[in-house]
Write a protein that binds this ligand. Structure first.
Ligand code: XUL
Ligand code: CO
Length: 440
């Protein structure tokens, strides 16, 4: 292992009483929970863009991040150093997966041809490190939103040339992700949306996006790359109306263009859910009940700020309800928990990168423990089953079987007289969830 983060040791589990900030208090990777180790349940991934390339800029100021190992301004050399730093970082934390955009790992150069050459230099280095460390690629993607050519979108641009460049980038990113053994390939609809209908042909844009994603699936088949494709819904930012608004909207789109039959699922991000006016759990549950929960971008927003703050997930209530959905989904399968999260601008030292990941990993480990016990004891499950018991016998059961129409409902209601409801007990259930959090 290199020693670029020389002040940080390998992070170990020391248990809840440890006062050592460079230790896990909850995340005990090899501990068995329901026959699976914690690391198998959680499948943590490092986001290359936030952790390796972000500098801490914001609209009001320049970068603040101090990364003493970045001693050169030569972009290709910098990319090489970042590969070493990334793998040392993941090894020290015991993170077994990473996610990347094409432009996170290699400089874009002056044009697309240079970008490819740079990628071809860096990808073998990453591959070598993967072999050395057994760290795997959770997913790859192409950044087709940052460059000025994508100002009006990529696959939904009104300018065919921009669409063609996006196609070239996605083709190469699919090849690289295959080369690195990526289990999934992500499409976050960067600038796929619009600002005003005064200048937008929404029908054509959506059809073009459907054609584009089908072309990507065609090409993956051609090169015998069979990842799970993941659409990452987000309602706004950067455009006012993002086409993949939320899970329900994205699923409607996938079905319309036949992509649901081509192994497309959803990558649910916590902060995107809250921007859409939903809870994180709502988006996870919506995906799960439709068989579409593929992977998770693990972060959190700030309820006082209405934008995508991408904070590290530390809210145990939300990590618990997230892991509750994941367990009910039978796990994440080829997906994982990717920390699409950045340290605050004021947390600018290399140590902060570790402390932030420790915070997120511990919060999810705790969430897993609590969710597992909630499910094992069937506290919520039994309550919910009882609440819907009227659909398991008699006319209710016949209704579920599709045997009852309005005439039968009318005859039943006329005979019944009036409806007797029972309490939903929301406050009691919230107390029970809290009790499980306190107890663990
Ligand atoms: C942006 C976002 C992206 C995607 C990958 O809000 O979440 O980083 O996860 O393009
Ligand atoms: Co994301």
């Amino acid at each position: 292992m290199t020693d670029l983060f020389k002040d940080v040791p390998v992070i170990k589990y020391e248990g809840p009483r440890s006062k050592n900030p460079f230790s896990f208090k909850q995340y005990n990777p090899d501990e068995l929970i329901g026959g699976k180790t914690m690391k198998e349940h959680l499948r943590f991934a490092m986001a290359y863009w936030h952790t390796m390339t972000a500098t801490g800029t914001d609209p009001f100021g320049v970068g603040t991040a101090i990364r003493p190992y970045e001693y050169t301004t030569n972009p290709l050399k910098l990319a090489e150093i970042r590969v070493k730093a990334a793998f040392e970082f993941m090894e020290k934390l015991g993170i077994e997966y990473f996610c990347f955009h094409d432009c996170d790992i290699a400089p874009q150069g002056a044009n697309l041809a240079e970008f490819r050459k740079n990628l071809d230099k860096i990808v073998p280095m990453i591959k070598e490190k993967m072999k050395e460390t057994d760290i795997k690629c959770l997913w790859g993607t192409a950044n087709v939103f940052g460059h000025p050519r994508y100002v009006h979108g990529a696959s939904t641009s009104p300018n065919f040339d921009a669409l063609a460049f996006a196609g070239a980038q996605v083709k190469k990113a699919l090849e690289i992700t295959k080369e690195l053994g990526g289990a999934n390939y992500v499409f976050w609809g960067g600038r796929e949306g619009y600002e005003t209908l005064l200048n937008t042909n929404m029908g054509l844009e959506l059809d073009n996006m459907g054609r584009f994603l089908n072309a990507a699936a065609d090409y993956a088949e051609e090169i015998e790359f069979r990842p799970t494709f993941l659409i990452e819904p987000k309602p706004k930012e950067p455009t006012k109306h993002q086409y993949d608004f939320d899970a329900a909207t994205a699923m409607g789109f996938l079905r319309k263009y036949g992509l649901d039959k081509r192994n497309f699922k959803l990558n649910i991000e916590a902060n995107h859910a809250t921007l859409a006016g939903h809870t994180f759990q709502h988006e996870l549950a919506t995906s799960r009940i439709n068989g579409m929960l593929g992977s998770i971008d693990a972060n959190q927003g700030d309820p006082n700020l209405g934008w995508d703050t991408d904070q590290f997930p530390t809210d145990v209530y939300n990590t618990t309800l997230c892991m509750y959905e994941v367990l009910k989904n039978g796990g994440l399968h080829s997906g994982g928990l990717n920390f699409d999260a950045k340290v605050r601008r004021g947390s600018f030292t290399p140590e902060d990168l570790f402390l932030a990941h420790i915070a997120g990993m511990d919060a999810f480990a705790k969430g897993l423990r609590v969710a597992y016990r909630l499910l094992e004891d069937r506290v919520l499950e039994d309550f919910v089953d009882k609440r819907y018991a009227s659909f398991t016998t008699g006319i209710g059961a016949e209704y579920v079987e599709g045997k009852i129409g309005l005439a039968e409902l009318e005859a039943y209601a006329l005979e019944k007289g009036e409806v007797t409801n029972v309490s939903g007990r929301q406050e009691l259930l919230e107390t029970i969830v809290n009790d499980y959090i306190y107890e663990n």
